[in-house]
Ligand binder design. Structure first.
Ligand code: CP
Ligand code: NVA
Length: 312
């Protein structure tokens, strides 16, 4: 069941052409919201906390004329109170589309296998594709639509945010650099996927351990927390392992003049990024947060087979 249904579980589920389409659609919806989803219902099934993802999906659906139902971490108990496949089949009888925030990627994969409606990954331990779409929408607003050869350096953990980001940025032909300590690099499968996309798009993916190598001359600097949700017990160890990976004035000074600063939020100020850099003129962090609305509006409409009008 559910074979013909389109899901967004990983950034790699989207072809290059679909990424371009979604970014154009998101920009069009931001310019002029369209009530494309009157009477449609999105369920938000969240097993971890959220500010941006939850609220931006709710606001996005309201702009589209649809509605949302929010299910908080203590409510459903995916695979605990009830088997994943049962939750999946029941929710499909009530709503039109579901966005899930949970732990392992295998949970959303298992859920989608039984789902008669589209499933969106609203963050797993492995990926955060909605974030990556909003991020590249933001970068396009700042640097222009053609991002081929533009340089983006991610400094920090090879986590969910980094994985989805490098796949989408590589698909757009960007010069993507990643600096992570040993043991925290991107998973092999992500490296393979992003490298193939970079090659196809005329971009590149460079993996290093020295943050200075990654940021040298880069136009965009991106970081995320060192300890993600669910890894709290490792926080102390990680704080030691990530020494030298903080986005601070010194590291930013090695980037291109006027480099733009990115973070998906929430930030741990004073750990992966300083207050000063977060508040600096080059910060586009809150534009990223705002653009979650439009990237997700485009994704929901796309998965429901409703195309926004795009004026090129
Ligand atoms: N960036 C992001 O996904 O934020 P939340 O965890 O608040 O949703
Ligand atoms: N890597 C972070 C992202 C939060 C939006 C986490 O998974 O907690």
């Amino acid at each position: 069941m559910g074979d013909a249904v389109r899901h967004l579980l990983s950034a790699a589920d989207l072809s290059r052409e679909e990424i371009f389409f979604l970014l154009d659609a998101a920009a069009a919806l931001k310019r002029r919201p369209q009530r494309l989803l009157e009477g449609r219902e999105l369920a938000l099934l969240f097993e971890k906390p959220s500010l941006r993802t939850r609220v931006s999906f709710q606001v996005a659906m309201r702009h589209l004329g649809g509605e949302t139902i929010y299910l908080a971490p203590q409510e459903v108990g995916l695979g605990e109170r009830e088997a994943i496949q049962d939750v999946s089949r029941v929710l499909a009888r009530y709503v039109d589309i579901v966005a899930i925030r949970t732990y392992g990627q295998e949970i959303v994969e298992q859920y989608a296998k039984y789902s008669g409606i589209p499933v969106i990954n609203a963050l797993t331990n492995e990926e955060h594709p909605c974030q990556a779409l909003a991020d590249l929408l933001t970068v396009r607003e700042k640097l222009g639509d053609d991002l081929r050869g533009r340089s983006l350096a991610f400094i920090g953990d090879g986590n969910n945010v980094a994985s989805s980001l490098v796949i989408v940025a590589a698909s757009l032909g960007m010069d993507v650099r990643m600096a992570a300590p040993r043991g925290y690099m991107l998973p092999e499968a992500v490296i393979t996927e992003a490298s193939a996309r970079a090659e196809e798009a005329g971009g590149s993916l460079t993996l290093v351990h020295d943050p200075v190598d990654a940021v040298s001359g880069a136009e965009l600097l991106y970081t995320d927390v060192w300890t993600s949700m669910g890894q709290e017990r490792e926080a102390e160890r990680r704080r030691i392992d990530f020494v030298g990976y903080q986005l601070n004035r010194e590291l930013v000074s090695r980037a291109a003049p006027g480099a733009l600063i990115m973070h998906d939020l929430p930030a741990h100020r004073g750990d992966e990024i300083t207050d000063e850099v977060m508040e600096s003129e080059g910060s586009i962090i809150f534009d990223q947060a705002e653009n979650r609305i439009w990237a997700q509006a485009a994704a929901v409409a796309f998965l429901l087979g409703v195309a926004p009008q795009i004026e090129y």
